[in-house]
Design a protein around this ligand. Structure first.
Ligand SMILES: NC(=O)c1ccc[n+]([C@@H]2O[C@H](COP(=O)([O-])OP(=O)(O)OC[C@H]3O[C@@H](n4cnc5c(N)ncnc54)[C@H](OP(=O)(O)O)[C@@H]3O)[C@@H](O)[C@H]2O)c1
Length: 228
């Protein structure tokens, strides 16, 4: 699949290098040509470097790696996102926002989708530290590594789940709409607090487990409640 990386910093480089390694056709975009070129040099099987607009034009699937949710602030031609699957991988700047008590009402993915209504925005990969992409897909599968995905377009989410699977991650569908986007963004806060503030480091990973079926004999069945 043709993949355009919009912004080739740490996450853009790591995702692009790994997607190329598992056989995808990748163009790294950046506002500084030396950054996209440096990413290409890490790909043994070949990839392309270009501007962010060139990468957006190239990819069937785009990876949006900057917190800026306004395509017009990043691309000369924001219409290049129309019809494309756009994987939004960002986390908010919790160090400066949450700790300072600032909280955007809308998630980055919501704001990107509002600004680019014809794009097929899927939130994914934000809970995974860039170092994890150094792990082989086989080892990630053995660890049952997961990524949480949210978005309103089922086919776009399926395409992202397939890409995640190629990299070794099982996709957990969190649903669609503002709550799903905000929830997955909040998981990014949780894992970074665990990694950084609680000192667990970049190998800490969030995944969903399903417990055995309860028989509820000890605690009783759930009763009608005021709360959800
Ligand atoms: N690093 C991780 O382990 C990790 C894991 C999960 C999620 N995330 C999230 O992923 C996002 C990117 O993180 P990162 O570590 O990759 O950061 P990074 O290394 O700083 O890369 C950010 C990229 O975005 C570009 N950029 C920023 N603002 C731009 C703008 N207005 N127009 C064009 N390009 C712009 C930067 O270009 P310049 O270099 O030219 O400024 C750079 O290529 C963040 O939201 C982060 O929270 C990171």
């Amino acid at each position: 699949m043709k993949i355009g990386i919009i912004g080739s910093g740490n996450m853009g480089r790591a995702l692009g290098v790994r997607l190329a390694a598992v056989g995808h056709d990748v163009m790294f975009g950046a506002r500084r040509p030396e950054q996209s070129q440096a990413a290409v040099e890490r790909v043994s099987g070949g990839a392309q470097a270009g501007s962010n607009d060139e990468a957006a034009a190239f990819g069937e699937v785009l990876v949006w790696t900057m917190r800026e949710p306004d395509p017009a602030a990043v691309l000369a031609n924001p219409a290049l996102l129309d019809g494309k699957v756009v994987i939004e991988i960002n986390n908010r700047d919790y160090a400066n926002e949450a700790r300072a008590g600032v909280w955007f009402e809308k998630a980055i993915a919501e704001r990107l989708q509002d600004n680019a209504p014809a794009a097929r925005v899927v939130k994914a990969f934000n809970t995974i530290a860039m170092e994890s992409f150094d792990t082989t897909p086989e080892a990630l599968r053995e660890s049952s590594a997961q990524t949480f995905v949210a978005g309103g377009d089922g086919d776009a989410k399926a395409a992202v789940a397939k890409l995640a699977g190629d990299l070794g991650f099982q996709a957990v569908d969190v649903g669609s709409g503002p709550a799903a986007f905000r929830g997955v963004e909040a998981l990014g806060d949780v894992i970074r607090i665990i990694m950084i503030d609680a000192g667990r480091g970049g190998r800490a990973h969030l995944s969903l487990n399903t417990l055995p079926e309860p028989n509820l004999q000890s605690v009783g069945a759930r009763e009608a409640s005021t709360y959800r």
